[in-house]
Each structure stands twice: as structure tokens, then as C-alpha cells.
Write a protein that binds this ligand. Structure first.
Ligand code: ATP
Ligand code: MG
Length: 417
């Protein structure tokens, strides 16, 4: 009889048949060790150069990195920080994903305090906000055995946070303490500003003007819709650099695939794009095709890569031939839909988009709006954005109009529109 343990082993064997230790694709770079990110991070040379040029000056800067959903903002930010950590050891670098319901000063305060585990005062600030650090947990375990969040990962969801009374003042005090130890300065990177609704973001930015002009380097990320276009213009003076991340080109995608595969491949570390062994278990043609359907979007690439390799493993394939690739791509659309767990309205918008091939303010009809129960195209933007987040739709690059299209994946056999 086949036990669950056997199935587990079989599943590992199937991946090994492909010559891989594991599936190297991930949804989010925060799941990765920084050495792993260093090995797989690809491209963005121009953007890196622009940022690192700023770091050649002593003057503190404010940097905004923006781009569409899943384009690689977090990975870029983390890569910048890990380079700084290696090259600028007298600089303190901190990273945080903006928690819900928090202002930027409190967020910056948390990021900084967590990066200073040996500073009693910093740890007390965290403690007062109900955020344990390993150190505090150990030292005061008797006191806080109660209902606190465990683990250092400060996530997207609400935390039991009591806001400090004067976050800006506390932040300033903490920055002063940090700068004594890190004479080259302090970098505070706040990711995911766009995960809040646009009016909240605008308010947050407005309230943070003083902080942003203060003692630290700031790097913020968001995508244009969340950040709202007018924010980029109205707060123009606020940032020294506004860096837009675009889709990666095909040769970069191909190199990215090589880097990912190489990070997991057994017995072969070829990274020369001219050598077919560099893309094994893919063949050069299927590697090329996979990169094309990923549309230059790193997260779509990771999600598709995952389904392709899982499908290949299920088939106990040793190579990703055209046949295996098309089975993998066929499995992708239903998998993405399942992961997205769309609600009824989102599903309606998806079906309409699929049927129409593209949607914009100009092409949507009154009748279609009526059927969706909305008044205008802008009412369905949040749904389209939700689809984009799930890699079921993408926004076409047309500057003045918002045009959305479905991700062109082959229909699965059981597709119902
Ligand atoms: N230049 C790159 N090289 C290699 N992998 C990358 C690169 N950019 C992004 N990735 C990978 O692609 C996936 C999606 O990227 P990431 O999460 O950084 O996008 P994002 O723009 O932050 O998305 P979101 O809008 O959801 O915050 C991650 O697994 C990340 O590690
Ligand atoms: Mg991100």
C-alpha cells in the first residue's frame, strides 16, 4: 500500500528527476534568504546605478520606487539593502512592510527599533507597542507569556499596537542614537505603501513630510494606482528620485530563468545563455516560450514557473518538452483562478474581460456597465486591479488611458466563460 510518506518521497523524487533539488520559484522575495536573492536577482542595472549614485554623496535622500503589481519592487528594495549591508557596514539599513492602520513615523520607528536589538531604549519602544523581539521575549518571558504575536515577521494584518504618543519625537531620538553607532547614516525602507487605499496613502504622505525631511534616508515603494497619479505630481518636491520599475526585456527574463534554475539544479552550474545546459530541465525553445508568456513580469514568471515544474513533476518528466510546457501552461489559468478566490463581482469582471480581450474607459459599453451594476469604468478599476494582483489581468502600457487585458494563457479543458 502507498502511504502518505511514500507519496511525499515520490513527489521529491519527481522533482529530482528534473535535475532539481527543489522548485526555485517563489511568490515573494521576503520568503528568501538574502544570499538566495543575491543569486537569483537579475537585471535592473540602470535602476541600481541610479540609486547607488545617490549613495556616493553624504547627503540623505528620499527615494520612491514604484511600478505595477508584481513587477519586482520588493525584490529590488531588498537587493539594494543587501548590497548596502555588504558595502556600507557603517550604515544601518532597515526594511519594513507598511502595517495596516499605522502612520509612517510609527512604522519607521518600528523598523528602526527592530534593527537595533542591543539598544535597551529601542527595545522598550517596541515592547510598549506590544511587539516582542527575540531578546525581549527571552528577557521578559515571565511577563509576556500572554497573548502577544510571536515571531519577528510584522505582517500585513493588524497588530495589537498601541501607538506611541509622539512617534515623530521617539523616531528622532532613536535616529540620534542610531547615528552614534552608524556614522554613515540610517536607511529606512518602507515597502507596500500601496496596500492601503489611495486616500489613506495621501494622508500618510502628507503627515510624514516632516519625517521625510529629517535625519534618515528613506526608500518607499508603491504602485501608481495605490500611490495615485496625482500624488506623484503633487508631492514632486518630496522625493530626490522617483524610480519606475518596468517590465523586464526578454534576454533579461531568459537570464533570470537561468539564475533561478541554477540556484536549484543538481550537478550542473552552467549559466551561459548560449549553452543549452543552462536552462535544463527546459529546452532552449521551451525556456524562450516560458519567458515570453511571462510578459516581463517577475511574479507572473514565478507563478507560471511553479505550475510548469509541478506539472512536469506530476508527469514524472525529465525534460520540459513543448508538450510538457503546454500542459503546464494549461494548468496555470485554473491554478491562478483558484488561488485568487475571486468573489462574484470580480469573477464577472474577469469573464467580461476574457470575452472582450481588453477593457478601457473608451471601449466599455453602457450596457456592460449596467450588467455589472456600476456607473462608470472607474468603479470597476478596483476589481481589475484585484485581477492584476492575481496575475489574471494586466494593464497595457498606454500612458493616458487605463487599458486592461487578460493574461494570454491557453484555455484549460474545463474553461467555462
Ligand atoms: N529582478 C528580479 N530578479 C529575480 N527575481 C525577481 C526580480 N524581481 C522580482 N523577482 C521575484 O518576482 C516575485 C515578485 O516580485 P516582488 O514581490 O518583488 O514584486 P512587487 O512589485 O513587490 O509585488 P507587489 O506589488 O505584490 O508588492 C518575487 O518572487 C521576487 O523574488
Ligand atoms: Mg512587494
Amino acid at each position: 500500500m502507498t502511504t502518505a510518506d511514500d507519496i511525499f518521497d515520490q513527489s521529491g523524487n519527481n522533482i529530482q528527476q528534473l535535475g532539481l533539488r527543489e522548485i526555485p520559484f517563489t511568490e515573494s522575495p521576503t520568503d528568501l534568504q538574502s544570499e538566495t536573492l543575491q543569486n537569483i536577482f537579475t537585471g535592473r542595472q540602470n535602476e541600481l546605478r541610479q540609486i547607488f549614485n545617490l549613495f556616493q554623496s553624504r547627503e540623505r535622500r528620499r527615494i520612491l520606487v514604484y511600478g505595477r503589481l508584481g513587477i519586482g519592487k520588493s525584490a529590488f528594495l531588498l537587493e539594494v539593502l543587501s548590497v548596502l549591508r555588504r558595502k556600507r557596514q557603517d550604515m544601518l539599513t532597515t526594511y519594513i512592510s507598511l502595517p495596516a492602520n499605522l502612520d509612517l513615523a510609527t512604522t519607521a520607528l518600528i523598523a528602526l527599533a527592530r534593527a537595533m536589538p542591543d539598544d535597551e531604549w529601542a527595545q522598550r519602544q517596541l515592547y510598549q507597542m506590544g511587539i516582542p523581539t527575540d531578546k525581549v521575549l527571552k528577557e521578559r518571558s515571565a511577563e509576556i507569556s500572554g497573548n502577544l504575536v510571536i515571531g519577528g515577521k510584522l505582517g500585513e494584518k493588524d497588530l495589537p499596537i498601541t501607538k506611541p504618543l509622539y512617534p515623530a519625537v521617539s523616531l528622532d531620538t532613536l535616529l540620534e542614537r542610531a547615528q552614534e553607532k552608524y556614522p554613515q547614516g540610517v536607511v529606512i525602507a518602507i515597502d507596500d505603501l500601496d496596500k492601503q487605499n489611495p486616500s489613506v496613502v495621501r494622508q500618510l504622505m502628507h503627515d510624514a513630510q516632516g519625517m521625510l525631511k529629517g535625519r534618515a534616508w528613506f526608500m518607499l515603494t508603491g504602485h501608481p494606482m495605490g500611490m495615485t497619479g496625482d500624488l506623484l505630481t503633487s508631492e514632486r518636491g518630496l522625493f530626490d528620485l522617483q524610480l519606475k520599475l518596468e517590465e523586464l526585456d526578454q534576454p533579461t527574463m531568459y537570464q533570470m530563468l537561468i539564475n533561478y534554475l541554477n540556484s536549484a539544479r543538481i550537478n550542473n552550474n552552467c549559466t551561459d545563455p548560449n549553452d543549452p545546459r543552462s536552462v535544463l530541465p527546459f529546452l532552449p525553445e521551451t525556456a524562450q516560450r516560458f519567458c515570453e508568456v511571462s510578459l516581463g513580469k517577475p511574479r507572473l514568471f514565478n507563478r507560471l514557473g511553479n505550475t510548469i515544474l509541478s506539472t512536469a513533476a506530476d508527469f514524472q518528466a525529465t525534460l520540459i518538452t513543448s508538450e510538457v510546457l503546454s500542459q503546464g501552461l494549461k494548468a496555470a489559468a485554473p491554478t491562478l483562478r483558484q488561488q485568487a478566490a475571486l468573489n462574484v463581482q470580480e469573477e464577472r469582471v474577469r469573464a467580461l474581460l476574457q470575452r472582450r480581450g481588453s477593457l478601457s474607459d473608451e471601449t466599455i459599453t453602457m450596457e456592460e456597465l449596467e450588467q455589472l451594476g456600476v456607473r462608470s469604468f472607474s468603479d470597476i478599476l478596483p476589481f481589475l486591479e484585484r485581477l492584476e494582483e492575481a496575475d489574471l489581468a494586466h494593464q497595457l502600457n498606454q500612458d493616458d488611458a487605463k487599458v486592461f487585458a487578460p493574461i494570454p494563457l491557453p484555455p484549460s479543458d474545463d474553461e467555462t466563460l
